[in-house]
Write a protein that binds this ligand. Structure first.
Ligand SMILES: [Zn+2]
Length: 282
C-alpha cells in the first residue's frame, strides 16, 4: 500500500515536472527550439515566384512556427496561418483558399509545456497572413518588430497579403521597436533577431546558437524555395527585391561564417527532417 502511494505520488510529480515550464527552466544551460506544424499551402502558381513547375522539387509549402526556450526567457517566432479559433470541435483540417490548417498551434505550445502567458518575446518574421494566424495570443509578450514593418501593419489602410484582425492586439503590446537593426535578445549572442528587409519592409530572421546542433537561422520568408538560393530569383510580390538581394547576401555570409543551418520556413524537406514539438532541438 505504501509503495503504491509512493508510486502514485512519483508519477504525479513526474507528470507535473514534464508539463510545467518552470520545472524545466532551472536546468537549461543553452537554448532549445520547438518546431510546431500548422498545415500547408497548396495550389500555388510557381510563376508567382518566378519559377516554372519543372524547376522546383516541391511547389507546396508547409506552415510552421517555432518556440525558442532560453535559460532566461522564451521567444515565440511566427504563429501559424489560420487562427486556432477557426478549428471546429472535431479538430478536422480547416481549408481556406490555398491554406489548409491541420493542427492548431496553441495545443502544441501547451504540449511543450508553455501557455501564451509564459512567452517573454514574440517575433514575427513578417506581417503576411500565413505567419500571423495566432499573433493576438501573444499580445502579452514583448513584441520585437522593425519600425517599418509595424508602421505598415498599422497604416490607415494596410494592403497586401495581410489579415489585420489576426494581429490587432499587438498594437498595444509592450513593444521593442528596431530601426532596421539587429537585436541580441538575451545579450549573450545566442538568440539574435536580424533585420532582413525586402520581402516586406521590416522582414526579420532569427539566428539561434544551439549547443549540439550548432547555429540555426530561422529564415522566415527570406526564401520560399531552396531553389531561390541558387538562382537568386525573388518572388513577383516582393516589397523591395533589391533589398531582398542585399539581405540574402548578408545572411548567406552569416551562414557560411557560422557554419549555420538555414531553415526556410515554408520548405517541406527542411521540416520533414526535424523533430516536432513536444520533442525539441538543442
Ligand atoms: Zn509565408
Amino acid at each position: 500500500m505504501a509503495l503504491k502511494h509512493w508510486l502514485a505520488g512519483a508519477l504525479v510529480a513526474a507528470a507535473v515536472g514534464a508539463s510545467g515550464a518552470d520545472a524545466q527552466r532551472p536546468t537549461l544551460t543553452s537554448p532549445r527550439i520547438y518546431v510546431f506544424e500548422n498545415g500547408t499551402i497548396s495550389g500555388l502558381d510557381p510563376a508567382l515566384f518566378n519559377f516554372k513547375r519543372e524547376e522546383l522539387k516541391q511547389v507546396d509549402f508547409v506552415d510552421m512556427a517555432y518556440l525558442i526556450v532560453h535559460p532566461r526567457g522564451t521567444v515565440m517566432v511566427d504563429s501559424g496561418s489560420l487562427p486556432d479559433s477557426h478549428f471546429k470541435s472535431d479538430g478536422a483540417p480547416v481549408v481556406e483558399g490555398v491554406v489548409t490548417a491541420t493542427k492548431p498551434v496553441l495545443p502544441q505550445l501547451k504540449a511543450a509545456g508553455y501557455e501564451p502567458r509564459d512567452i517573454t518575446y514574440f517575433v514575427l518574421s513578417h506581417y503576411h497572413s500565413d505567419h500571423t494566424g495566432n499573433a493576438n495570443a501573444f499580445a502579452g509578450s514583448t513584441w520585437i518588430v522593425q519600425k517599418a514593418e509595424r508602421d505598415y501593419m498599422f497604416a490607415d489602410k494596410p494592403e497586401g497579403i495581410i489579415q489585420p484582425d489576426t494581429y490587432s492586439a499587438l498594437r498595444n503590446a509592450k513593444t521593442k521597436i528596431l530601426d532596421n537593426e539587429d537585436f541580441d535578445i538575451f545579450g549573450d549572442g545566442s538568440v539574435v533577431v536580424m533585420a532582413t528587409p525586402g520581402h516586406t519592409p521590416g522582414h526579420q530572421v532569427v539566428a539561434v546558437k544551439l549547443a549540439n546542433r550548432g547555429t540555426v537561422v530561422l529564415a522566415g520568408d527570406l526564401y520560399h524555395y531552396p531553389e531561390e538560393r541558387t538562382t537568386g530569383r525573388t518572388p513577383t510580390f516582393e516589397f523591395a527585391p533589391e533589398q531582398s538581394k542585399a539581405s540574402r547576401a548578408r545572411i548567406e555570409k552569416y551562414v557560411k561564417d557560422n557554419n549555420a543551418q538555414l531553415w526556410i520556413e515554408h520548405d517541406v524537406a527542411t521540416h520533414a527532417a526535424l523533430p516536432k514539438a513536444p520533442a525539441y532541438i538543442d
